[in-house]
Design a binder for this molecule. Structure first.
Ligand code: ATP
Ligand code: MG
Length: 656
């Protein structure tokens, strides 16, 4: 047994081995991107199982995405540790909830809300609060935040104000919509994504008998991406643990990118205070990326501020040198998308598989122009984390049919047991007119076929990973994925938001749309929010193994005014840019004079360091067209500057 367990330790460095072999008591791994945190914990579980010190069924590994969970299950299988539960907080909670609902509440678990934004819109309409598309997204975000921080509608305004939330509407109005949304859900017998955690926590808190049953099953807990744990997830973890301490957490404070949902790296950074007996391990060898990519990642973090930045560790690449990162500036967005698609074609022609390439952007709305450009270039692609897949009509219809079939199969144990779970799914899909052969050509018919083919492939994956899984298991899996908006993968170029890309890696990564205003995004106002945007870029950069391209477009559409500038986070890093913090002489529009002291935004007074901002004497967050009031402040600013400099300050604007 010992030999077979030791085999799992091959391929780990000494620090990773320490993680893998520390099976008693709490363990905390603090380390940067690509240092093998996920690998270390996967091997730890395998070591525990193969050495006989952990029963597979008593281990619960919590990852951030369903894809990461699937990958971990696959890795564990190859390492000879089958039967371990690797899930997201959400899917682990959903499973437990389904299991305990009849005992705790009675009846069947309510259906999951599939179109949350639509329900929020309906709630808004009932409260006579008209919300445009952006407001709808932001109000939905506020409701989610309120729920994960366990804030009820009546308390939302006070709590949101205290937390410094930038609410898109009057906070009392949002509270009203939030209350109505909850009522609609109740009336229709539905629960949403956040309810799954809330209800599980509630039941485990109130029902000691149920909590004890869960605790007797799970004895060892491993949590990946712990820096982004929300208060509610932390609470759930504590309830699972009870008074035991077989807990191993890994994370990188510099990758905290979900604080808008209430997540905080404090749990990670305070772990050793909470558990003074914890084994704390740091990893610094970066196994993922070339020295060039690592250099850029270190450079980005070198400019970071805040608590997360205080804990950063300089990464050291273990890979052969590769190409330098490419910085590409385009006149407009369609040109950027086309140029990106062209580069991707070149990479594919040079032998990089499409599945090893990703295009990452800040917000999902940016994906459309890339979908178009890739389709035009004949490159297969898949959207990750986008709502699309499960919103597609054919997928929704197929899920309904499958659910129906699973119910009747459930009443017929013979059918459920004997027929294999991929063949059954194909049979059900065929009954809706789908055939295993793809239709000729492209377009909508082909698109619909592709979606259903992806559903069939999912069934095959499940059959492989869980032999004996029934149709009902498959439907549950589909519903979990739908709730988590986790679309199935195809072997194409991945299009994903930076948020959805965490934990993943590709040979070639294209970070697109890197303008100031997108990264950092305009609504990041406070220093903390801007720092989170920087970390988001760090997450993006560190997804690349070899090829990294960073691009931006100077205007939105062809022929438009070139009003955009590259992300301020690249200043001092991309060639030809001024390092932040240093003010160059003559930056104020032609006349050269040495500057003393900092230059401030003429509108809000923020200290300026970016060359472009200095030229305009305006920070990027402030409006460009000045009204009388702003003009007055400009005059005032000039006189102050004149006094400070002892000479008239040069101004890019002329007097009226
Ligand atoms: P992230 O912070 O992005 O989640 P991570 O710290 O979890 O990164 P992993 O994904 O575990 O890093 O590892 C990054 C890559 O390096 C993977 O491809 C992994 O297989 C590889 N790797 C990790 N450790 C080693 C090692 N000791 N020897 C060789 N390759 C390794
Ligand atoms: Mg990881």
């Amino acid at each position: 047994v010992a030999d077979s367990a030791d085999a799992v330790l091959l391929g780990l460095d000494p620090e990773q081995r320490e993680v893998a072999t520390s099976l008693d008591g709490p363990v905390c791994v603090l380390a940067g991107a690509g240092t093998g945190k996920t690998r270390a914990i996967t091997h730890r579980i395998a070591y525990g199982v193969r050495s006989g010190r952990m029963m597979p069924a008593s281990v619960l590994a919590v990852t951030f995405t369903n894809r990461a969970a699937g990958e971990m299950r696959g890795r564990l299988r190859t390492l000879g540790a089958e039967g371990v539960q690797a899930r997201t907080f959400h899917s682990a909670a959903l499973r437990q909830l389904q299991y305990f609902w009849p005992r705790a509440v009675g009846g069947e678990l309510p259906r999951l809300v599939e179109r949350k934004v639509q329900l929020v819109a309906e709630a808004g309409a009932r409260c006579r609060v008209r919300l445009d598309r952006n407001e709808l997204r932001d109000v939905t975000g506020e409701i989610e935040w309120a729920k994960v921080t366990q804030t009820v509608p009546a308390d939302y305004p006070a709590a949101a104000r205290k937390a410094g939330r930038e609410a898109p509407r009057d906070m009392a109005e949002i509270a009203h919509v939030y209350g109505m949304y909850e009522q609609l859900k109740r009336d229709r017998g539905m629960i949403d994504f956040e309810d799954v955690l809330l209800l599980t926590v509630g039941i485990l808190q109130d029902r000691h008998d149920i909590a004890e049953t869960v605790r007797s099953q799970y004895r060892h807990f491993v949590v990946d991406e712990y820096q982004d744990v929300s208060p509610l997830q932390q609470r759930l973890l504590e309830l699972w643990l009870g008074d035991r301490d077989s807990l191993c957490v890994v994370g990188d404070a510099s990758q905290t990118i979900y604080s808008f949902t209430g997540a905080t790296p404090d749990h990670l950074l305070d772990f050793r205070h909470r558990y003074p007996q914890a084994t704390v391990v740091k990893l610094v060898r970066d196994y993922r990326s070339t020295p060039q990519v690592v250099h850029l990642a270190n450079g980005l973090l070198g400019q970071a501020a805040g608590r997360a930045a205080e804990h950063r560790l300089e990464l050291v690449s273990q890979r052969e040198p590769g190409p330098d990162p490419v910085y590409a500036e385009y006149p407009d967005e369609p040109a950027e998308a086309e140029g990106t698609a062209r580069r991707i074609r070149d990479l594919i022609d040079a032998g990089v598989p499409a599945g090893e390439i990703a295009v990452l952007f800040r917000i999902n709305a940016q994906s459309e122009v890339y979908e178009q450009a890739l389709a035009d270039a004949g490159v297969p692609y898949q959207l990750r984390g986008a709502e699309r897949f499960f919103e597609r009509q054919e997928v929704r219809a197929a899920m309904l049919t499958l659910r129906g079939a699973a119910r009747s199969a459930g009443n017929d144990p013979l059918l459920d047991d004997v027929v294999e779970l991929a063949a059954q799914v194909r049979a059900v899909l065929s009954s809706t007119g789908w055939s295993a052969e793809p239709p000729a050509g492209s377009g909508a018919v082909r698109d619909r076929w592709e979606s259903l083919a992806a559903v069939a492939r999912l069934a095959e994956d499940l059959a492989r990973s869980r032999p004996g899984a029934t149709l009902a298991d498959f439907v549950t899996e589909l519903e979990e994925r739908a709730a988590a908006q986790h679309a199935p993968t195809v072997q194409g170029v991945t299009l994903a938001s930076l948020h959805a890309a965490k934990g993943l890696e590709w040979d070639a990564v294209f970070l697109v749309g890197l303008t100031d205003g997108m990264v950092p995004i305009t609504y990041a106002k406070t220093d903390e929010q801007v720092e989170e945007e920087r970390r988001l870029l760090y997450v993006g950069v560190t997804r690349a193994r070899v090829h990294l391209t960073l691009s931006w477009a100077l205007s939105r559409s062809p022929g438009g005014r070139a009003s955009r500038r590259p992300s301020r986070f690249l200043n001092g890093l991309r060639p030809g840019s001024t390092a932040p913090g240093r003010v160059a002489a003559g930056e104020l529009g032609g006349r050269r004079h040495a500057r003393r002291g900092p230059v401030h935004c003429r509108v809000c007074g923020k200290t300026l360091t970016d060359a472009g901002e200095l030229k305009l004497m305006r920070c990027d967050d402030c409006p460009s067209d000045m009204d009388e009031g702003l003009y007055e402040r400009l005059r005032e600013w000039r006189s102050v500057q004149a006094k400070e400099l002892g000479q008239p300050a040069y101004c890019v604007f002329t007097d009226k």
